[in-house]
Design a protein around this ligand. Structure first.
Ligand code: ATP
Ligand code: MG
Length: 326
């Protein structure tokens, strides 16, 4: 099998929050031991409630921050430390597209200059060639030539995100992390931008990690999905299986919240209890206080992500009965 483009091994990230002069901060384990691999040309979706660690995972996969433990491999080699020369060279091959295009763009630079900037920085093109490349990138993401001399605030949200995408593609990246790339956009144009990302991914054979709250979007664009809960992956499977036959009780609840054609929200599972709080992680399975299946063992034992009955889940209840009783 072809080796993965990106691989996470035992990734952990901790942050200290609430620290002041008078009291020490609390350590939050934003990512709590993640193993995953994305094969060339594959799109891996990452879903889970707010605060589950999705963005933190994405930043570590790009080497934007160093993990507290574990490591990231890009093309089989260890990720260099952030902001070293080696890391900067590698950055041309990995790009981030996130929620807020206005924050990603420079208000004082024209669209054409921003799309051309990575080409200049990495000395890929200059002069008339630069001009041509920028025009081609603009056309590929559906921007009009007359928009080249505009500034970000003169464009719509969807157009700005197209500029961000063109800029991300300029250096011919191999790996892209899209972190909620359409959630700040008007619902009516979200589908257009998702379709653009999907077309570009297919044409370029890009490897992608696609983080989103919107399960319908994830189903539309992702080959495989990892479901996160409090810093861990609780289920991972091909998209179809996640949506038609979810196994982890948390995945079942998430999937049940997507309206189905003709049925609406019939069968929706409403989760009880508090939303996840990484500063107060429950013992045992972090999901157990909200889980309809939980028993005493779930409050004691942290389940590993394991293959049971052909599926990868981190749930004691998915184990064959003989194993659970042991
Ligand atoms: N730089 C930071 N300093 C302190 N805590 C942080 C930092 N970044 C993230 N956290 C905390 O880590 C946890 C995970 O955050 P993260 O942004 O990765 O979640 P997320 O799944 O992307 O959430 P959302 O869906 O809201 O974007 C949260 O509790 C968050 O408050
Ligand atoms: Mg996030």
């Amino acid at each position: 099998m072809t080796p993965p483009v990106i691989e996470a091994r035992g990734l952990v990230q901790k942050y200290e929050s609430g620290r002041s002069l008078l009291k020490p901060g609390r350590v939050v384990r934003a990512v709590d031991g993640i193993d995953l691999a994305v094969r060339p040309g594959e799109v891996l979706g990452v879903v889970g409630e707010s605060g589950s660690g999705k963005s933190t995972l994405g930043r570590m996969l790009l080497g934007l921050e160093s993990p507290a433990a574990g490591k990231v491999l890009f093309d089989g080699a260890a990720m260099p430390a952030p902001r070293t020369d080696e890391w900067r060279r590698l950055r041309a091959r990995m790009q981030l597209i996130y929620q807020d295009p206005l924050a990603a763009l420079d208000r004082r630079m024209t669209i054409a200059d921003q799309i051309g900037e990575p080409l200049r920085i990495h000395r890929i093109a200059e002069g008339p060639e630069l001009h041509e490349r920028v025009a081609a990138l603009m056309a590929r993401v559906g921007l009009r030539p007359d928009q080249a001399d505009r500034y970000p605030h003169e464009l719509s949200g969807g157009q700005r995100q197209r500029v961000v995408i063109a800029r991300a593609l300029a250096t011919g990246p191999k790996f892209l992390v899209c972190d909620e790339p359409v959630s700040a956009l008007d619902v009516s144009i979200q589908a257009q931008v998702v379709n653009l990302l999907r077309d570009l991914q297919e044409q370029e054979g890009l490897t992608m990690v696609f983080i989103s709250h919107d399960l319908k979007v994830v189903r539309n664009i992702c080959d495989r999905v990892a479901v996160m809960y409090l810093g861990r992956v609780v289920e991972e499977a091909p998209s179809d299986q996640i949506f038609t036959d979810p196994r982890h009780p948390y995945t079942r609840a998430l999937v049940s919240s997507v309206p189905k054609a003709g049925q609406g929200l019939a069968g929706r599972i409403i989760l009880q209890g508090e939303p996840p709080n990484p500063a107060a992680r429950p013992d045992g399975c972090a999901f157990h206080p909200r889980c309809p299946l939980a028993d005493a063992a779930c409050a004691r034992e942290v389940p590993a992500l394991e293959r049971h009955r052909g599926r990868l889940t981190a749930c004691l209840k998915q184990r064959p009965v003989a194993q659970t009783a042991a």
